[in-house]
Design a protein around this ligand. Sequence first.
Ligand SMILES: Nc1ncnc2c1ncn2[C@@H]1O[C@H](COP(=O)(O)OP(=O)(O)O)[C@@H](O)[C@H]1O
Ligand SMILES: Nc1ccn([C@@H]2O[C@H](COP(=O)(O)O)[C@@H](O)[C@H]2O)c(=O)n1
Length: 514
Amino acid sequence: MGLFEDEAYDQWPSKKNTVLKSHGRPPWYGQDGKRISDAFVIGIAGGSASGKTHVARQIVRSLGNVPTVIILSQDSFYNELDPEQHALAHQNRFDFDHPSSIDMPMFAACLSDLKACKQTNIPIYSFTHHQRLKETKYLYGASIIIAEGIMALQDPGLRDLYDLKVFVQCDSDLMLARRIQRDVKERGRSVEGVLEQYLRYVKPAFDNFVQPTSKYADIVVPGSNNSVAIELIATHIRRQMTGRASRFRKSMTCKPIDPESGSAVHHPNLIVLKQTPQVKGIYTILRDQTTKKQDFVFFVDRLATFLIEKAMEHLPYRRKAVETPIGAVAEGSELDVKNICGVSILRSGGPLEKGLTRVLSDVRVGSLLVQSDVKTGEPLLLHVMLPVCVRERHLAEDAWVFLLDAQIGTGASAFMAIRTLLDHGVREEHIIFVTFLVARSGGVAVLARAFPRVRIVCGAVDDVLRETWLDGYEPGAGPEVLAGAPGTELSVDAGRKAWIMEPGMGQIGDRYYL
Ligand SMILES: Nc1ncnc2c1ncn2[C@@H]1O[C@H](COP(=O)(O)OP(=O)(O)O)[C@@H](O)[C@H]1O
Ligand SMILES: Nc1ccn([C@@H]2O[C@H](COP(=O)(O)O)[C@@H](O)[C@H]2O)c(=O)n1
Protein backbone atom coordinates (compact mmCIF):
# COMPACT_ATOMS: atom_id res chain seq x y z
CA MET A 1 0.00 0.00 0.00
CA GLY A 2 1.36 3.40 -0.91
CA LEU A 3 2.10 5.75 1.90
CA PHE A 4 1.29 9.11 0.54
CA GLU A 5 -2.16 8.87 -0.91
CA ASP A 6 -3.43 12.27 -1.77
CA GLU A 7 -7.13 12.57 -0.99
CA ALA A 8 -7.37 8.80 -0.71
CA TYR A 9 -10.11 8.73 1.84
CA ASP A 10 -13.17 8.66 -0.35
CA GLN A 11 -12.67 4.94 -0.80
CA TRP A 12 -13.03 4.16 2.92
CA PRO A 13 -16.31 2.76 4.20
CA SER A 14 -16.29 4.76 7.41
CA LYS A 15 -16.13 8.51 7.38
CA LYS A 16 -13.13 10.26 6.02
CA ASN A 17 -10.51 8.38 7.95
CA THR A 18 -7.34 9.85 6.72
CA VAL A 19 -6.07 12.20 4.14
CA LEU A 20 -2.47 12.03 3.20
CA LYS A 21 -1.04 14.77 1.18
CA SER A 22 2.59 15.01 0.31
CA HIS A 23 4.98 17.27 -1.38
CA GLY A 24 7.78 15.12 -0.04
CA ARG A 25 9.15 14.92 3.45
CA PRO A 26 12.48 16.62 4.20
CA PRO A 27 14.85 15.09 6.80
CA TRP A 28 13.28 14.80 10.24
CA TYR A 29 16.57 13.80 11.89
CA GLY A 30 19.98 15.30 12.49
CA GLN A 31 23.47 14.16 11.52
CA ASP A 32 23.53 11.70 14.40
CA GLY A 33 20.50 9.97 12.83
CA LYS A 34 18.26 10.90 15.77
CA ARG A 35 14.88 12.57 15.36
CA ILE A 36 15.13 16.34 15.75
CA SER A 37 11.46 17.23 15.95
CA ASP A 38 8.07 15.63 16.37
CA ALA A 39 5.25 15.97 13.89
CA PHE A 40 3.06 19.02 14.47
CA VAL A 41 -0.32 17.89 15.86
CA ILE A 42 -3.62 19.76 15.67
CA GLY A 43 -6.64 18.49 17.63
CA ILE A 44 -10.10 19.47 16.32
CA ALA A 45 -13.22 18.86 18.43
CA GLY A 46 -16.85 19.92 17.94
CA GLY A 47 -20.33 18.44 17.77
CA SER A 48 -21.32 15.71 15.35
CA ALA A 49 -21.64 17.21 11.82
CA SER A 50 -20.34 20.56 13.05
CA GLY A 51 -17.83 20.45 10.19
CA LYS A 52 -14.66 19.07 11.87
CA THR A 53 -13.65 16.97 8.87
CA HIS A 54 -14.49 19.83 6.54
CA VAL A 55 -12.28 22.20 8.57
CA ALA A 56 -9.47 19.63 8.59
CA ARG A 57 -9.66 19.21 4.81
CA GLN A 58 -9.79 22.96 4.27
CA ILE A 59 -6.67 23.37 6.41
CA VAL A 60 -4.87 20.77 4.29
CA ARG A 61 -5.89 22.59 1.09
CA SER A 62 -4.94 25.95 2.47
CA LEU A 63 -1.53 24.72 3.64
CA GLY A 64 -0.52 24.14 0.03
CA ASN A 65 3.06 23.14 -0.50
CA VAL A 66 4.03 21.68 2.89
CA PRO A 67 5.35 18.24 3.79
CA THR A 68 3.03 15.33 4.39
CA VAL A 69 -0.25 15.84 6.26
CA ILE A 70 -2.46 13.13 7.76
CA ILE A 71 -6.02 13.56 8.99
CA LEU A 72 -6.70 11.07 11.75
CA SER A 73 -10.37 10.68 12.62
CA GLN A 74 -11.42 9.52 16.06
CA ASP A 75 -14.32 7.77 14.30
CA SER A 76 -11.90 4.96 13.44
CA PHE A 77 -11.53 4.13 17.11
CA TYR A 78 -15.05 3.20 18.27
CA ASN A 79 -14.87 0.19 20.58
CA GLU A 80 -15.78 -3.28 19.36
CA LEU A 81 -19.31 -4.24 20.46
CA ASP A 82 -20.49 -7.56 21.89
CA PRO A 83 -23.51 -9.21 20.16
CA GLU A 84 -26.00 -7.69 22.59
CA GLN A 85 -24.61 -4.17 22.13
CA HIS A 86 -24.52 -4.76 18.42
CA ALA A 87 -28.23 -5.58 18.32
CA LEU A 88 -28.94 -2.42 20.33
CA ALA A 89 -26.85 -0.34 17.94
CA HIS A 90 -28.99 -1.47 15.02
CA GLN A 91 -32.09 -0.28 16.94
CA ASN A 92 -30.45 3.12 17.64
CA ARG A 93 -30.32 2.19 21.30
CA PHE A 94 -26.62 2.19 21.88
CA ASP A 95 -24.88 5.29 23.20
CA PHE A 96 -22.05 6.10 20.80
CA ASP A 97 -21.74 9.58 22.23
CA HIS A 98 -20.46 8.71 25.67
CA PRO A 99 -16.65 9.10 25.97
CA SER A 100 -16.41 5.41 26.96
CA SER A 101 -17.62 4.34 23.49
CA ILE A 102 -14.27 5.36 22.01
CA ASP A 103 -11.04 3.42 22.54
CA MET A 104 -9.22 6.47 23.87
CA PRO A 105 -5.97 4.66 24.87
CA MET A 106 -5.66 3.19 21.38
CA PHE A 107 -6.34 6.56 19.76
CA ALA A 108 -3.72 8.20 21.99
CA ALA A 109 -1.20 5.43 21.29
CA CYS A 110 -1.62 5.71 17.50
CA LEU A 111 -1.40 9.47 17.68
CA SER A 112 1.73 9.46 19.84
CA ASP A 113 3.41 6.98 17.48
CA LEU A 114 2.66 9.19 14.50
CA LYS A 115 3.79 12.28 16.40
CA ALA A 116 7.06 10.53 17.23
CA CYS A 117 7.52 9.80 13.49
CA LYS A 118 6.83 6.09 13.91
CA GLN A 119 4.38 4.09 11.84
CA THR A 120 0.99 3.04 13.08
CA ASN A 121 -1.85 0.80 11.92
CA ILE A 122 -5.29 2.19 12.61
CA PRO A 123 -8.64 0.41 12.53
CA ILE A 124 -11.07 0.99 9.66
CA TYR A 125 -14.61 1.49 10.97
CA SER A 126 -17.90 0.83 9.25
CA PHE A 127 -20.75 3.07 10.43
CA THR A 128 -23.22 0.98 8.48
CA HIS A 129 -22.28 -2.19 10.38
CA HIS A 130 -21.18 -0.54 13.65
CA GLN A 131 -17.93 -2.48 13.63
CA ARG A 132 -14.28 -2.44 12.70
CA LEU A 133 -13.30 -4.15 9.50
CA LYS A 134 -10.69 -6.91 9.51
CA GLU A 135 -8.16 -4.77 7.64
CA THR A 136 -6.26 -1.93 9.22
CA LYS A 137 -4.80 1.16 7.61
CA TYR A 138 -1.05 1.66 7.69
CA LEU A 139 0.12 5.22 8.28
CA TYR A 140 3.62 6.63 8.33
CA GLY A 141 5.58 9.71 7.60
CA ALA A 142 3.49 12.77 8.38
CA SER A 143 5.04 16.07 9.36
CA ILE A 144 1.61 17.43 10.25
CA ILE A 145 -1.23 15.44 11.83
CA ILE A 146 -4.79 16.70 12.20
CA ALA A 147 -6.72 14.63 14.76
CA GLU A 148 -10.46 15.22 14.76
CA GLY A 149 -13.44 13.83 16.65
CA ILE A 150 -16.29 14.79 18.96
CA MET A 151 -14.11 13.77 21.95
CA ALA A 152 -10.79 15.02 20.58
CA LEU A 153 -10.33 17.48 23.46
CA GLN A 154 -11.88 15.26 26.12
CA ASP A 155 -8.91 13.38 27.52
CA PRO A 156 -6.08 15.27 29.31
CA GLY A 157 -3.47 12.84 27.92
CA LEU A 158 -4.72 13.51 24.41
CA ARG A 159 -4.73 17.25 24.93
CA ASP A 160 -1.05 17.05 25.89
CA LEU A 161 -0.28 15.65 22.44
CA TYR A 162 -1.65 18.65 20.57
CA ASP A 163 0.40 21.64 19.49
CA LEU A 164 -2.80 23.47 18.55
CA LYS A 165 -6.33 22.86 19.84
CA VAL A 166 -9.35 23.86 17.77
CA PHE A 167 -13.08 23.72 18.52
CA VAL A 168 -15.66 23.94 15.74
CA GLN A 169 -18.69 25.85 17.04
CA CYS A 170 -21.84 25.26 15.03
CA ASP A 171 -25.51 26.02 15.40
CA SER A 172 -27.46 22.96 16.73
CA ASP A 173 -30.14 23.11 14.00
CA LEU A 174 -27.48 23.17 11.31
CA MET A 175 -25.67 20.21 12.91
CA LEU A 176 -28.90 18.20 13.03
CA ALA A 177 -29.82 19.04 9.44
CA ARG A 178 -26.33 18.05 8.23
CA ARG A 179 -26.35 14.89 10.30
CA ILE A 180 -29.70 13.71 8.88
CA GLN A 181 -28.50 14.33 5.35
CA ARG A 182 -25.13 12.67 5.89
CA ASP A 183 -26.29 9.65 7.92
CA VAL A 184 -29.04 8.80 5.42
CA LYS A 185 -26.74 9.23 2.44
CA GLU A 186 -23.48 7.81 3.77
CA ARG A 187 -24.15 5.72 6.88
CA GLY A 188 -27.19 3.66 5.82
CA ARG A 189 -29.61 5.22 8.35
CA SER A 190 -33.28 6.27 8.22
CA VAL A 191 -34.47 9.80 9.10
CA GLU A 192 -36.51 8.43 12.03
CA GLY A 193 -33.50 6.49 13.32
CA VAL A 194 -31.23 9.53 13.15
CA LEU A 195 -33.75 11.67 15.03
CA GLU A 196 -34.31 8.99 17.68
CA GLN A 197 -30.56 8.59 18.27
CA TYR A 198 -30.05 12.34 18.23
CA LEU A 199 -32.63 13.07 20.92
CA ARG A 200 -31.70 10.11 23.12
CA TYR A 201 -27.90 10.32 23.00
CA VAL A 202 -26.30 12.81 20.65
CA LYS A 203 -27.75 16.08 21.95
CA PRO A 204 -27.41 15.29 25.69
CA ALA A 205 -23.85 14.07 25.18
CA PHE A 206 -23.01 17.19 23.20
CA ASP A 207 -24.22 19.37 26.07
CA ASN A 208 -22.55 17.27 28.79
CA PHE A 209 -19.26 16.20 27.21
CA VAL A 210 -18.50 17.91 23.91
CA GLN A 211 -19.40 21.57 24.32
CA PRO A 212 -17.59 21.86 27.70
CA THR A 213 -14.29 20.93 26.01
CA SER A 214 -14.41 24.13 23.96
CA LYS A 215 -12.74 25.78 26.94
CA TYR A 216 -9.51 23.95 26.12
CA ALA A 217 -9.39 25.26 22.55
CA ASP A 218 -6.75 27.76 21.44
CA ILE A 219 -9.05 28.84 18.66
CA VAL A 220 -12.81 28.47 18.10
CA VAL A 221 -13.80 28.19 14.46
CA PRO A 222 -17.36 28.71 13.18
CA GLY A 223 -18.98 25.66 11.57
CA SER A 224 -19.80 27.58 8.39
CA ASN A 225 -18.33 30.55 6.51
CA ASN A 226 -15.03 29.83 8.20
CA SER A 227 -12.47 30.56 5.49
CA VAL A 228 -10.82 33.41 7.42
CA ALA A 229 -10.31 31.24 10.51
CA ILE A 230 -8.94 28.43 8.37
CA GLU A 231 -6.47 30.74 6.68
CA LEU A 232 -5.31 31.97 10.12
CA ILE A 233 -4.75 28.39 11.29
CA ALA A 234 -2.89 27.48 8.09
CA THR A 235 -0.65 30.54 8.45
CA HIS A 236 0.12 29.58 12.06
CA ILE A 237 1.01 26.00 11.04
CA ARG A 238 3.19 27.16 8.14
CA ARG A 239 5.09 29.42 10.55
CA GLN A 240 5.55 26.59 13.03
CA MET A 241 6.86 24.32 10.31
CA THR A 242 9.48 26.78 9.08
CA GLY A 243 12.90 25.76 10.18
CA ARG A 244 11.76 22.39 11.53
CA ALA A 245 13.40 20.38 8.77
CA SER A 246 17.02 19.49 9.24
CA ARG A 247 19.47 20.71 6.63
CA PHE A 248 22.72 18.89 6.37
CA ARG A 249 23.09 17.84 2.77
CA LYS A 250 26.29 19.86 2.42
CA SER A 251 27.98 18.32 5.42
CA MET A 252 27.16 14.82 4.17
CA THR A 253 29.78 15.15 1.48
CA CYS A 254 32.55 16.06 3.91
CA LYS A 255 34.87 13.55 5.50
CA PRO A 256 33.78 13.41 9.15
CA ILE A 257 36.81 13.50 11.38
CA ASP A 258 37.10 11.19 14.35
CA PRO A 259 37.65 13.59 17.28
CA GLU A 260 39.96 11.13 19.03
CA SER A 261 42.29 10.02 16.26
CA GLY A 262 41.93 13.09 14.07
CA SER A 263 41.63 10.87 11.02
CA ALA A 264 38.67 10.26 8.70
CA VAL A 265 36.03 7.91 10.06
CA HIS A 266 35.65 4.70 8.13
CA HIS A 267 32.69 2.42 8.32
CA PRO A 268 33.32 -0.48 10.72
CA ASN A 269 30.79 -2.58 8.88
CA LEU A 270 31.76 -1.89 5.28
CA ILE A 271 32.10 -5.28 3.59
CA VAL A 272 33.74 -5.17 0.16
CA LEU A 273 33.68 -8.15 -2.23
CA LYS A 274 37.07 -9.83 -2.53
CA GLN A 275 38.73 -8.18 -5.52
CA THR A 276 39.29 -11.39 -7.49
CA PRO A 277 40.24 -11.11 -11.18
CA GLN A 278 36.66 -12.15 -11.94
CA VAL A 279 35.15 -9.27 -9.87
CA LYS A 280 37.68 -6.79 -11.25
CA GLY A 281 36.81 -7.96 -14.77
CA ILE A 282 33.12 -7.29 -14.22
CA TYR A 283 33.79 -3.80 -12.85
CA THR A 284 36.05 -3.03 -15.81
CA ILE A 285 33.19 -3.85 -18.19
CA LEU A 286 30.68 -1.88 -16.15
CA ARG A 287 32.87 1.21 -15.84
CA ASP A 288 33.65 1.22 -19.57
CA GLN A 289 31.48 3.84 -21.27
CA THR A 290 31.59 1.88 -24.54
CA THR A 291 29.93 -1.19 -22.99
CA LYS A 292 26.70 -1.95 -24.83
CA LYS A 293 23.44 -1.94 -22.86
CA GLN A 294 22.91 -5.66 -23.33
CA ASP A 295 26.32 -6.43 -21.79
CA PHE A 296 25.85 -3.85 -19.07
CA VAL A 297 22.56 -5.48 -18.02
CA PHE A 298 24.10 -8.97 -18.13
CA PHE A 299 27.07 -8.07 -15.92
CA VAL A 300 25.03 -5.94 -13.51
CA ASP A 301 22.72 -8.93 -13.02
CA ARG A 302 25.68 -11.21 -12.43
CA LEU A 303 27.26 -8.82 -9.97
CA ALA A 304 23.94 -8.34 -8.16
CA THR A 305 23.84 -12.09 -7.48
CA PHE A 306 27.40 -12.06 -6.09
CA LEU A 307 26.56 -9.15 -3.81
CA ILE A 308 23.35 -10.69 -2.49
CA GLU A 309 25.17 -13.99 -1.84
CA LYS A 310 27.83 -12.02 0.06
CA ALA A 311 25.14 -10.27 2.08
CA MET A 312 23.52 -13.63 2.88
CA GLU A 313 26.69 -14.58 4.78
CA HIS A 314 25.69 -12.05 7.41
CA LEU A 315 22.36 -13.66 8.25
CA PRO A 316 22.11 -16.11 11.14
CA TYR A 317 22.06 -19.82 10.29
CA ARG A 318 21.38 -22.82 12.50
CA ARG A 319 22.55 -26.42 12.19
CA LYS A 320 20.35 -28.84 10.34
CA ALA A 321 20.78 -32.55 9.63
CA VAL A 322 19.10 -34.12 6.60
CA GLU A 323 18.81 -37.65 5.28
CA THR A 324 20.28 -38.09 1.82
CA PRO A 325 18.73 -40.27 -0.95
CA ILE A 326 20.99 -43.15 0.13
CA GLY A 327 19.78 -42.93 3.72
CA ALA A 328 22.91 -41.29 5.11
CA VAL A 329 22.79 -38.31 7.46
CA ALA A 330 24.33 -35.08 6.27
CA GLU A 331 25.00 -32.27 8.75
CA GLY A 332 24.20 -28.90 7.26
CA SER A 333 22.61 -25.57 8.10
CA GLU A 334 19.53 -23.52 7.35
CA LEU A 335 18.60 -19.86 7.63
CA ASP A 336 17.58 -18.91 11.14
CA VAL A 337 15.45 -15.84 10.51
CA LYS A 338 11.74 -15.28 11.04
CA ASN A 339 11.24 -12.67 8.37
CA ILE A 340 13.46 -11.44 5.62
CA CYS A 341 12.63 -8.87 2.98
CA GLY A 342 14.12 -6.40 0.54
CA VAL A 343 13.55 -2.67 0.23
CA SER A 344 14.68 -1.07 -2.96
CA ILE A 345 15.49 2.63 -3.23
CA LEU A 346 13.84 3.63 -6.48
CA ARG A 347 14.85 3.42 -9.22
CA SER A 348 18.45 2.33 -9.10
CA GLY A 349 17.85 -0.41 -6.53
CA GLY A 350 15.92 -2.36 -9.19
CA PRO A 351 18.82 -4.47 -10.55
CA LEU A 352 19.72 -5.56 -7.00
CA GLU A 353 16.09 -6.43 -6.38
CA LYS A 354 16.32 -8.87 -9.28
CA GLY A 355 19.47 -10.33 -7.72
CA LEU A 356 17.68 -10.74 -4.40
CA THR A 357 14.74 -12.61 -5.89
CA ARG A 358 17.13 -14.91 -7.74
CA VAL A 359 18.74 -15.88 -4.44
CA LEU A 360 15.60 -15.88 -2.24
CA SER A 361 12.77 -16.79 -4.57
CA ASP A 362 9.82 -15.99 -2.27
CA VAL A 363 11.21 -12.82 -0.69
CA ARG A 364 8.94 -9.75 -0.45
CA VAL A 365 10.42 -6.55 -1.78
CA GLY A 366 9.18 -3.04 -1.00
CA SER A 367 10.36 0.32 -2.21
CA LEU A 368 11.18 3.85 -1.16
CA LEU A 369 11.36 6.89 -3.40
CA VAL A 370 13.75 9.62 -2.31
CA GLN A 371 14.44 12.63 -4.52
CA SER A 372 16.33 15.85 -4.10
CA ASP A 373 14.42 19.01 -3.46
CA VAL A 374 15.12 21.29 -6.42
CA LYS A 375 15.31 24.35 -4.15
CA THR A 376 17.25 23.08 -1.13
CA GLY A 377 19.02 20.00 -2.47
CA GLU A 378 17.87 18.12 0.62
CA PRO A 379 16.44 14.62 0.11
CA LEU A 380 12.64 14.33 0.13
CA LEU A 381 10.84 11.14 1.03
CA LEU A 382 8.17 10.87 -1.65
CA HIS A 383 6.85 7.37 -1.43
CA VAL A 384 7.03 4.43 0.97
CA MET A 385 5.80 0.95 0.13
CA LEU A 386 7.14 -1.54 2.66
CA PRO A 387 6.58 -5.28 3.02
CA VAL A 388 4.18 -6.39 5.77
CA CYS A 389 7.00 -7.70 7.97
CA VAL A 390 8.25 -4.10 8.29
CA ARG A 391 4.86 -2.34 8.33
CA GLU A 392 3.67 -4.35 11.34
CA ARG A 393 5.63 -3.30 14.44
CA HIS A 394 5.51 -6.72 16.13
CA LEU A 395 7.08 -8.30 13.03
CA ALA A 396 9.55 -5.51 12.30
CA GLU A 397 11.81 -6.10 15.26
CA ASP A 398 12.60 -9.63 14.13
CA ALA A 399 12.80 -8.77 10.43
CA TRP A 400 16.04 -8.69 8.45
CA VAL A 401 16.06 -6.15 5.66
CA PHE A 402 18.24 -5.98 2.57
CA LEU A 403 18.26 -2.31 1.62
CA LEU A 404 19.14 -1.97 -2.04
CA ASP A 405 20.55 0.96 -3.99
CA ALA A 406 23.02 1.14 -6.86
CA GLN A 407 25.55 3.38 -5.13
CA ILE A 408 26.20 5.38 -1.99
CA GLY A 409 27.65 8.77 -2.83
CA THR A 410 26.67 11.53 -0.44
CA GLY A 411 24.63 8.95 1.46
CA ALA A 412 21.59 11.23 1.75
CA SER A 413 19.10 8.70 0.34
CA ALA A 414 20.68 5.81 2.24
CA PHE A 415 20.48 7.87 5.46
CA MET A 416 16.78 8.60 4.93
CA ALA A 417 16.00 4.99 4.01
CA ILE A 418 17.76 3.62 7.11
CA ARG A 419 16.00 6.16 9.35
CA THR A 420 12.66 5.09 7.82
CA LEU A 421 13.33 1.42 8.63
CA LEU A 422 14.40 2.28 12.18
CA ASP A 423 11.19 4.31 12.65
CA HIS A 424 9.32 1.10 11.88
CA GLY A 425 11.17 -0.79 14.61
CA VAL A 426 13.66 -2.69 12.43
CA ARG A 427 16.87 -3.27 14.42
CA GLU A 428 19.94 -1.44 13.16
CA GLU A 429 21.98 -4.64 13.14
CA HIS A 430 19.29 -6.33 11.04
CA ILE A 431 19.74 -3.91 8.13
CA ILE A 432 22.14 -4.93 5.36
CA PHE A 433 22.68 -2.29 2.71
CA VAL A 434 23.68 -3.84 -0.60
CA THR A 435 25.18 -1.66 -3.28
CA PHE A 436 27.49 -1.80 -6.30
CA LEU A 437 29.65 1.17 -5.40
CA VAL A 438 30.40 3.50 -2.51
CA ALA A 439 32.42 6.71 -2.30
CA ARG A 440 34.88 6.44 0.57
CA SER A 441 35.06 10.16 1.18
CA GLY A 442 31.29 10.54 1.04
CA GLY A 443 28.25 9.16 2.73
CA VAL A 444 29.62 5.91 4.13
CA ALA A 445 31.59 7.84 6.72
CA VAL A 446 28.50 9.83 7.72
CA LEU A 447 26.47 6.62 7.85
CA ALA A 448 29.17 5.03 9.99
CA ARG A 449 28.79 7.74 12.57
CA ALA A 450 25.00 7.67 12.69
CA PHE A 451 24.30 3.97 12.13
CA PRO A 452 27.48 1.99 12.88
CA ARG A 453 25.67 -1.34 13.17
CA VAL A 454 24.17 -1.24 9.67
CA ARG A 455 26.26 -3.48 7.39
CA ILE A 456 27.12 -2.19 3.94
CA VAL A 457 27.98 -4.84 1.37
CA CYS A 458 29.49 -3.42 -1.80
CA GLY A 459 31.59 -4.50 -4.76
CA ALA A 460 33.94 -1.54 -5.12
CA VAL A 461 34.99 1.64 -3.35
CA ASP A 462 35.72 4.86 -5.23
CA ASP A 463 37.92 7.38 -3.47
CA VAL A 464 36.62 10.53 -5.10
CA LEU A 465 33.25 12.16 -4.67
CA ARG A 466 33.55 15.27 -6.79
CA GLU A 467 31.30 18.29 -6.73
CA THR A 468 30.46 19.52 -10.20
CA TRP A 469 28.15 21.83 -12.07
CA LEU A 470 25.36 19.92 -13.70
CA ASP A 471 25.75 19.26 -17.41
CA GLY A 472 24.07 21.98 -19.35
CA TYR A 473 23.57 24.15 -16.29
CA GLU A 474 24.23 27.83 -16.52
CA PRO A 475 24.14 29.80 -13.28
CA GLY A 476 20.90 31.76 -13.18
CA ALA A 477 18.95 29.26 -15.26
CA GLY A 478 15.60 27.98 -13.94
CA PRO A 479 15.01 24.80 -11.99
CA GLU A 480 13.86 22.99 -15.15
CA VAL A 481 17.55 22.51 -15.96
CA LEU A 482 17.59 19.89 -13.26
CA ALA A 483 14.94 17.68 -14.77
CA GLY A 484 16.65 14.63 -16.13
CA ALA A 485 20.06 16.24 -16.05
CA PRO A 486 22.72 13.61 -16.62
CA GLY A 487 25.22 12.83 -13.92
CA THR A 488 22.78 13.42 -11.09
CA GLU A 489 22.67 9.90 -9.70
CA LEU A 490 23.77 11.57 -6.49
CA SER A 491 21.63 14.51 -5.67
CA VAL A 492 21.75 18.16 -6.26
CA ASP A 493 22.18 21.10 -3.94
CA ALA A 494 20.66 24.54 -4.03
CA GLY A 495 23.56 25.82 -6.08
CA ARG A 496 22.63 23.43 -8.91
CA LYS A 497 25.64 21.29 -8.27
CA ALA A 498 25.87 17.54 -8.21
CA TRP A 499 28.29 15.14 -6.57
CA ILE A 500 29.62 12.49 -8.84
CA MET A 501 31.83 9.52 -8.05
CA GLU A 502 35.15 8.98 -9.78
CA PRO A 503 35.87 6.85 -11.67
CA GLY A 504 32.24 5.72 -11.11
CA MET A 505 29.98 3.77 -13.42
CA GLY A 506 27.75 6.64 -14.61
CA GLN A 507 24.03 6.51 -13.92
CA ILE A 508 23.56 2.82 -13.23
CA GLY A 509 19.75 3.04 -13.35
CA ASP A 510 19.77 4.83 -16.71
CA ARG A 511 22.38 2.54 -18.23
CA TYR A 512 20.42 -0.49 -17.04
CA TYR A 513 16.88 0.57 -17.88
CA LEU A 514 16.97 3.10 -20.73
N1 LIG B 1 -18.34 25.11 6.19
C1 LIG B 1 -19.19 24.27 5.59
N2 LIG B 1 -19.92 24.68 4.55
C2 LIG B 1 -20.79 23.84 3.95
N3 LIG B 1 -21.00 22.56 4.30
C3 LIG B 1 -20.29 22.08 5.31
C4 LIG B 1 -19.35 22.90 6.02
N4 LIG B 1 -18.80 22.17 7.00
C5 LIG B 1 -19.37 20.94 6.88
N5 LIG B 1 -20.26 20.91 5.90
C6 LIG B 1 -21.05 19.72 5.49
O1 LIG B 1 -21.66 19.16 6.65
C7 LIG B 1 -21.59 17.75 6.65
C8 LIG B 1 -20.87 17.27 7.92
O2 LIG B 1 -19.56 17.82 7.92
P1 LIG B 1 -18.32 17.02 8.51
O3 LIG B 1 -17.16 17.88 8.28
O4 LIG B 1 -18.33 15.65 7.99
O5 LIG B 1 -18.74 17.04 10.04
P2 LIG B 1 -18.04 16.34 11.30
O6 LIG B 1 -16.72 15.86 10.85
O7 LIG B 1 -17.95 17.43 12.31
O8 LIG B 1 -18.97 15.27 11.69
C9 LIG B 1 -20.83 17.36 5.40
O9 LIG B 1 -21.76 16.96 4.43
C10 LIG B 1 -20.14 18.63 4.97
O10 LIG B 1 -19.99 18.73 3.60
N1 LIG C 1 -21.55 3.06 15.01
C1 LIG C 1 -21.67 4.37 15.21
C2 LIG C 1 -20.64 5.10 15.77
C3 LIG C 1 -20.83 6.48 15.93
N2 LIG C 1 -22.00 7.07 15.57
C4 LIG C 1 -22.19 8.53 15.70
O1 LIG C 1 -21.13 9.22 15.08
C5 LIG C 1 -21.02 10.50 15.64
C6 LIG C 1 -19.61 11.03 15.57
O2 LIG C 1 -19.18 11.13 14.26
P1 LIG C 1 -19.07 12.55 13.53
O3 LIG C 1 -18.44 12.20 12.23
O4 LIG C 1 -20.44 13.06 13.37
O5 LIG C 1 -18.22 13.40 14.38
C7 LIG C 1 -21.46 10.37 17.06
O6 LIG C 1 -22.32 11.45 17.38
C8 LIG C 1 -22.22 9.03 17.12
O7 LIG C 1 -23.53 9.20 17.49
C9 LIG C 1 -22.99 6.31 15.02
O8 LIG C 1 -24.06 6.84 14.66
N3 LIG C 1 -22.82 4.97 14.83
